[in-house]
Design a protein. Structure first.
Length: 231
């Protein structure tokens, strides 16, 4: 009479038990999700979308794949605040990311946002994601709007004179490149840079503030729904 199982039978029973446990867990998760209300399901869908979007950005586990960030991978992996999704790190990332995104240094913005996340103690993933505000399709309109806004504010509130007058007449009577050389004086170039940076700073503060308010509203709504479910 046989009293013991063979090794193959023990392995087969273990695999069968493991499959049953996984099916029970899957069914429990599915029933739990189906029992959630519509608002919570919508919130979970938004979270899954954001995770899918952020998956394409540098993370703690894949920093070695990025040539510029590879130099900082050891220091970055030791600092939890760079990967923290807590409120303080998120808000700092909004403001720092928006400001860097509107500084005209295209090609270096991702690296600059990552490096500035260290002293600012901000979430580096969010800060780098915000750099896509300025992309090849939006660079031109954003720069023009930055300059126009900065020019208006500097003239209206700070008494700046702006660029030299008469540029329209210069373009009427001179060839394009000759007119550009005449207008490219030190004063004009410095003023254009000042107006562009100042306008970008104002836009960044407004954009980051709106971003923060939206974030706080979404997190507060999620917390209130969780409290209601507990009650």
């Amino acid at each position: 009479m046989r009293h013991f199982f063979s090794c193959d039978e023990i392995v087969a029973l273990f695999v069968l038990f493991k499959n049953v446990v996984e099916k029970i867990k899957t069914a429990r998760d599915t029933s739990k999700f189906m029992s959630l209300d519509a608002a919570t399901k919508k919130r979970h869908s938004r979270i899954r979308f954001m995770k899918k979007f952020l998956r394409k950005l540098p993370r703690r586990s894949n920093l070695h794949r990025y040539p510029g960030l590879r130099l900082f991978q050891k220091a970055a992996r030791k600092r939890d605040y760079l990967w923290s999704w807590h409120r303080a790190e998120m808000i700092r990332a909004f403001y720092m990311g928006w400001i860097i995104a509107l500084i005209p240094m295209y090609g270096l913005q991702m690296l600059a946002a990552f490096i500035m996340s260290f002293p600012c103690r901000a979430n580096c993933i969010v800060a780098m994601a915000l750099q896509w505000i300025t992309n090849p399709l939006t660079i031109g309109p954003i720069l023009v709007f930055q300059y126009l806004l900065g020019d208006k504010l500097l003239k209206s509130f700070m008494g700046f004179k702006g660029i030299d007058n008469g540029f329209v007449e210069i373009f009427k009577h001179e060839d394009f490149w000759i007119a550009i050389r005449k207008l490219a004086t030190g004063h004009n170039v410095a003023y254009i840079i000042e107006a562009t940076l100042f306008g970008g700073f104002i836009i960044a503060i407004v954009g980051a503030t709106l971003n923060t308010l939206l974030y706080l509203y979404c997190t507060r709504s999620g917390a209130e729904q969780k409290i209601l479910r507990v009650k």
